[in-house]
Write a protein that binds this ligand. Structure first.
Ligand SMILES: Nc1ncnc2c1ncn2[C@@H]1O[C@H](COP(=O)(O)OP(=O)(O)OC[C@H]2O[C@@H]([n+]3cccc(C(=O)O)c3)[C@H](O)[C@@H]2O)[C@@H](O)[C@H]1O
Ligand SMILES: Nc1ncnc2c1ncn2[C@@H]1O[C@H](COP(=O)(O)OP(=O)(O)OP(=O)(O)O)[C@@H](O)[C@H]1O
Ligand SMILES: [Mg+2]
Length: 273
């Protein structure tokens, strides 16, 4: 195996093989333990209709159900956070049904995002690019979830996991802004395996991953934007041999995105030199 590959695998904590039942128990247990240790009252998470939030949302719901059985009161708030009308509305509904959260909220981020876009134009005289606006959408979702968390003493769940973290494929302080990461250490196909184990409908676990942040290309797939397939990233993280060109591409993205996987750089840091 490549030397950098083994260092990256260690940092991402991905195992070459998993037992889905064990993983579910461990991850639900982690959420329960952390909630009890912090004295917080529950969790909040945006449900998009995609794989990651469907899994993290279901784990959170199972967590509060297990806590209730132990006599500990906790709530999980599942938030729909569309930008106007979501083009894959049916998938988002299917995901919400699978997650089955008792408390469901729909919060439209469009007025807030469009307001920021207008003010940007007014302040600078230039239009915001569709790409930057996409990152504002991700950050608006973070703000909406923290509003809910702040009001009700909840923790914001993040859906970051190995296959996303390794390439830095998330918006810094957007979907990257969260309190607990129950999926950390999994790659994409392992997320899908856990969803299947939990009885998710095929529509949910087979959904093509998309950041869905662009106005001009709704539902653009992650694989198209990354120029990599999740199967390649997953193989890399499981320690398999993959073509040098592919491994090199993953490693380049990993090295360029180091700043996203750490707290803000200070004069005392040396990792970037
Ligand atoms: N070396 C460095 N040291 C410290 N900070 C550095 C830096 N380079 C940039 N920065 C800062 O980071 C900013 C760029 O990072 P960021 O704002 O995140 O922006 P960026 O990484 O350019 O874009 C976010 C990417 O994540 C993808 N995404 C977002 C959300 C969800 C998903 C998904 O999978 O669903 C994917 C999205 O499609 C896009 O490709 C710069 O504007 C700058 O402020
Ligand atoms: N339309 C949306 N509504 C609610 N939350 C969203 C929406 N889009 C993104 N999010 C939040 O941002 C997170 C990051 O998006 P990301 O696309 O990586 O995950 P996903 O949509 O759950 O899964 P996938 O990667 O398979 O598309 C989501 O897990 C979810 O919590
Ligand atoms: Mg998505």
């Amino acid at each position: 195996m490549r030397e950098l590959q083994s260092r990256i695998i260690e940092e991402m904590g991905v195992k070459p093989q998993i037992d889905p039942a064990e993983e579910v128990t461990a991850r639900v247990g982690f959420l329960k333990d952390y909630l009890k240790a912090t004295g917080t009252r529950g969790f909040v998470l945006g449900i998009s209709g995609g794989i990651d939030s469907s899994l993290a949302g279901r784990l959170a719901q199972l967590c509060v159900e297990e806590l209730a059985a132990e006599g500990v009161e906790a709530e999980f708030v599942a938030m729909r956070l569309p930008y106007g009308e979501q083009h894959d509305e049916g998938d988002a509904r299917a995901a919400m049904e699978f997650v089955a959260a008792r408390r469901q909220v729909t919060f439209n981020i469009k007025p807030g995002v469009d307001g920021l876009e207008r003010e940007y134009k007014q302040a600078t005289g230039t239009d915001l690019s569709d790409f930057s606006k996409g990152n504002i959408k991700a950050r608006a979702r973070m703000i909406a979830q923290y509003a809910m968390a702040g009001e009700h003493n909840l923790l914001v769940i993040g859906t970051d996991h190995g296959a996303e973290s390794v390439t830095g494929f998330f918006t810094k302080h957007g979907d990257g802004g969260a309190d607990v990461l129950p999926l950390f250490g999994l790659n994409k196909r392992q997320n899908q395996l856990l969803l299947q184990h939990l009885g998710a409908p095929e529509r949910v676990w087979r959904k093509a991953p998309t950041a869905d942040l662009l106005d001009i290309l709704p539902g653009r797939t992650d694989e198209d934007e990354l120029g990599l397939e999740y199967d390649e990233i997953d193989d890399y993280l499981e320690g398999r041999d993959i073509p040098d060109a592919v491994a090199g591409k993953i490693e380049q993205k990993f090295l360029r995105s180091r700043h996203k996987r750490t707290v803000p750089v200070t004069i005392h840091d040396t990792w970037w030199r």
